[in-house]
Design a protein. Structure first.
Length: 176
């Protein structure tokens, strides 16, 4: 990225909202993460009329010289995955941006999804939307946008997005 940067995102929790609060308010402070601080996360509410079924947690911050190269991107992803591994979540999305590039990353919790992303139909959809889809033991991770309610792909990556990512993050692979 470049000098002035930001990231923001959202996590769709499943059921354990109190576990999220405990992690953010207590355990996360002890970890001293580089990119993520407890205060950048919304606390949401379980009060009726302000949520339905799942709770959406948002977060974001600005930074200078954020996620400049492949190594930093991998560290950023590792840190976020360490956080979401502590949460009962279904889907997560992060958007990073700066003066010359914007990227969207998503995570789908393999324990929570209801359909395989390895089926022929899903492989065709991934190709159509030009989604970079990777798989680890716990997550489907990708470069692209998803619908946070359903975990489905929202927007087609264009060639400019993909080539910009490849230029900035040479030899990116996942999992690492």
């Amino acid at each position: 990225m470049y000098e002035w940067n930001y990231f923001y995102g959202a996590i769709m929790l499943d059921e354990d909202y109190s576990g999220f609060l405990n992690f953010i308010n207590n355990k996360m402070r002890d970890q001293k993460y580089f990119y993520f601080h407890p205060e950048i996360f919304s606390r949401a509410t379980q009060e009726p009329a302000y949520y339905y079924d799942n709770i959406l947690i948002t977060f974001g911050r600005t930074e200078k010289w954020l996620i400049d190269d492949t190594r930093e991107l991998q560290n950023f992803i590792r840190e976020f995955e360490e956080i979401i591994s502590q949460l009962d979540f279904e889907h997560a999305q992060i958007k990073t941006g700066g003066i010359n590039s914007d990227h969207s990353f998503f995570w789908l919790n393999k324990e929570k999804i209801k359909h395989s992303y390895q089926s022929d139909m899903m492989i065709d959809i991934v190709k159509h939307y030009q989604i970079r889809l990777y798989e680890s033991e716990r997550y489907y991770f990708g470069l692209g946008e998803i619908n946070l309610s359903a975990g489905t792909f929202n927007r087609r990556n264009d060639d400019h997005d993909l080539s910009s990512f490849d230029r900035q993050y040479k030899n990116f692979s996942y999992p690492f």
